[in-house]
Design a binder for this molecule. Structure first.
Ligand SMILES: [Zn+2]
Length: 250
C-alpha cells in the first residue's frame, strides 16, 4: 500500500513528524511526498534521508505560487533539484491553477512556467505530476504539445476530458475525496485500474482532522466498490502501478 502524493513537510506534521512516519511503516510500503515550493526543499531532503527506502520525493513548483517566486529563487531551486537528481522521483506538482489565479497576465505566466518545468523534467529524464484546477483544457493542450516522458494527473477531477487522458496513456491518482464526490466515483469507474494510483494529498482532506497517508484506504474502498473489486486487490494493483510509474523499489 503506497500513498503516491502527500506533503510531509507541512507544518501540521511539525510536532510529531518522525514519530508518525515511523508508525505508518507497519501498514504502508512507501509514501511519496511532494515538495511544491523552494522553501520546503531542505526539509523534504532531510525527511527522505531519515526515512530512506520508505519516504520518496517529487520536487516541483506549484502554479499557485507564481506571484511569490523570483527568477533567482527559481533558478537556484532548479539547480538544487538537479544536484539531487538521484532522490528525485519526478517533477511535480506542476501545472496550472485558475482557481487561485484569476488575472489573465498571471495565467499566461503560469503557462510559461509550466512549459519551462516540463522541459526541465525532460532534461532530467523524469516523469511529471500535474496539478490542474479549473484549467484542464489548457493543461491537457500543453501536455500534448510538450509530450513529457510519463504523466500523472494528481487528484484528477474532470470527466469531460477523461477520454483524452486515457487515450494519451497518462495515469491519474485518486484520494479520499472520492468518498464525497460522485464525479470522482464515476472517473474511478471509467478509468483502467492499471493506471490508477492512490493518494491522500495529506495533511489536507482529513475531514476536519489532520489527513495522513493511511487514508488511502478510504480511497481504495470506494474504488473497489465502483469497480466491483476487493479493497485488497485495489490496494495491491494501485501499489504496483505506483512502483511502476515512479520506478520505486520497496
Ligand atoms: Zn498536492
Amino acid at each position: 500500500m503506497i500513498d503516491s502524493h502527500c506533503h510531509l513537510e507541512q507544518k501540521d506534521f511539525n510536532p510529531d513528524r518522525d514519530e508518525v512516519i515511523e508508525s505508518w511503516k507497519g501498514t504502508l510500503d512507501a509514501v511519496v511526498t511532494s515538495c511544491a515550493h523552494p522553501r520546503d526543499f531542505g526539509l523534504t531532503v532531510e525527511i527522505v534521508k531519515k526515512h530512506k527506502g520508505f519516504v520518496f520525493a517529487t520536487f516541483g513548483l506549484h502554479p499557485e505560487y507564481i506571484k511569490e517566486i523570483s527568477k533567482k529563487e527559481k533558478k537556484e531551486y532548479l539547480e538544487k533539484i538537479k544536484q539531487h537528481k538521484d532522490i528525485t522521483l519526478a517533477i511535480g506538482e506542476i501545472g496550472l491553477d485558475y482557481h487561485w489565479v484569476k488575472e489573465e497576465d498571471w495565467r499566461e505566466k503560469q503557462k510559461l512556467l509550466f512549459r519551462e518545468m516540463l522541459a526541465f523534467a525532460k532534461d532530467l529524464g523524469k516523469p511529471v505530476v500535474i496539478h490542474s484546477r479549473d484549467s484542464t483544457e489548457d493543461c491537457i493542450k500543453i501536455l500534448e504539445e510538450e509530450k513529457p516522458k510519463k504523466v500523472l494527473m494528481h487528484l484528477y477531477g474532470s470527466r469531460e476530458y477523461l477520454e483524452r487522458v486515457k487515450g494519451n496513456g497518462w495515469f491519474i491518482s485518486i484520494g479520499p475525496l472520492i468518498a464525497r464526490s460522485k464525479n470522482h466515483k464515476k472517473i474511478a469507474r471509467d478509468f483502467p485500474i492499471e493506471r490508477i494510483l492512490l493518494e491522500t494529498d495529506s495533511p489536507w482532506f482529513g475531514n476536519g482532522e489532520r489527513g495522513t497517508p493511511l487514508n488511502i484506504k478510504v480511497a481504495a474502498e470506494k474504488i473497489a466498490k465502483v469497480k466491483d473489486m476487493t479493497t485488497d486487490n485495489v490496494m495491491k494493483q494501485c501499489g504496483e502501478n505506483t512502483k511502476g510509474f515512479f520506478g520505486i523499489e520497496c
